[in-house]
Design a protein around this ligand. Sequence first.
Ligand code: FAD
Length: 346
Amino acid sequence: MKVLHDHGLAPYHTFGIDVTATQIVEAENIDDFIHIWHDSSFNNMAKLVVGHGSNLLFCEDYQGVIILNRIKGITLKETAANFCLHVGGGEDWHQFVHWCVDRNIGGLENLALIPGCVGSSPIQNIGAYGVELKDVCQYVDVLDVITHEIKRYDAETCQFGYRDSVFKHQLKDGHIIVAVGFCLPKIWQPKIAYAPLNQFDIATVTLQQVFDTVCEVRKAKLPDPAVIGNAGSFFKNPIISKIARDKLLVDYPAMPSYGIDNQHVKLAAGWLIDQCGLKGYQIGGAKVHPQQALVLTNVGTATAQDVIQLAQFVVDSVAIKFDIALEHEVRFMAANVETNLAEIQA
Ligand SMILES: Cc1cc2nc3c(=O)[nH]c(=O)nc-3n(C[C@H](O)[C@H](O)[C@H](O)COP(=O)(O)OP(=O)(O)OC[C@H]3O[C@@H](n4cnc5c(N)ncnc54)[C@H](O)[C@@H]3O)c2cc1C
């Protein structure tokens, strides 16, 4: 197993912040993970499993072992009604979606071009264009690094929520997602309620059309992390009560909101940030994307501190204008433990 020592992390996370890790190692199978967790050369060191680092902000050099999940493999079985896929956690998410579309297996096309690994997809229940991972996930296989047991969690046990799951809570530490199972109906049901997919006729739209449109729109709308460092949507869309929304509508009648249940609505965090006039706002090398206010970018020279200060400025601006507390979706890593904006600024 090749181990990199005191190595730059920039190639391993999409923000491209210039930080290092004590060690970086690739795990290609379950035995590699068990070995890394128990081998004396890695003992007593903090450990962080990373897919493609597309939802991470390293706030400082990582004092521990970064373990890149590279468990590969796609197995397809068919029942009369469904395609059943068992996919290694280290497979690239978009390549997997593409693989399915090439075989005329529908269900994942709305989630095309989301960066990251299959094994990370359940953690924040990735979602786009009206589909979330929870809609297609049958099970998640998880290695307990202490007992070496692999347990299968069905979708209900995963407690999927908006950008949330059990893997951010009870199963956060010492649990590694090694594979994900998908169950996709053979009779394809296009999900085209969201613009721009709503331009299509449900009776005639093809799987390829939905996939191509999602890819085109995402390429046009979102900065490519290979060119401009970023971690996608930096903040979650805030969920507030309908009563609070109605009060805000008095001053901001154009404010978009989306019903969640009888009492709650989701607001568009990007719209709130844009209303604060922050598109293009820059601190050091960190900049609010000029077209997508929800995306904080690294213009090339950003330090983690630049991004932290910019994130705090955005949070403060939205709090002052709307009395709404934005929560970051991006996971913040300190020297050897996860942290968050409030903790860093305290
Ligand atoms: C340009 C861009 C667009 C994006 N668009 C979307 C979008 O439309 N919808 C959306 O939901 N997200 C989006 N994201 C966020 C991101 O793509 C997802 O969160 C993705 O699932 C992260 O995958 P990753 O492999 O890069 O995870 P990483 O960033 O490597 O890891 C994220 C967290 O999961 C943990 N982790 C990773 N793998 C494992 C594992 N196997 N077992 C246990 N823990 C693990 C890590 O320790 C870390 O805490 C976008 C990001 C970018 C950069």
